[in-house]
Design a protein around this ligand. Sequence first.
Ligand code: ZN
Length: 99
Amino acid sequence: MPNYWKIPGVPHKGWSLDDVIDIREDGQAKWETPYESCMMCGNEKIRFVHIVSHPEVDEDFRVGCVCAEKMTGDYINPERREKDLRNRASRRSNWMGKQ
Ligand SMILES: [Zn+2]
């Protein structure tokens, strides 16, 4: 995985956040989770994938929270949306644990 922060070719700014997804499904174990790598910095094992798009780039990028913040220049929403997903997931697993 290249680190696009260090090489030119991909814009570092001007991205917008389209979506944040939790790639772990309900009840899925850690080792079963198909973690992804950040397409921007190559960081591995991303569970919360931030999907960002740029008008000059054909492809959507799937990146981690830190890169999403830097790319969009938005230091509030990427983290907030990730937290929401995390809370939702832990509520779900608490509920399932009680059954
Ligand atoms: Zn990254």
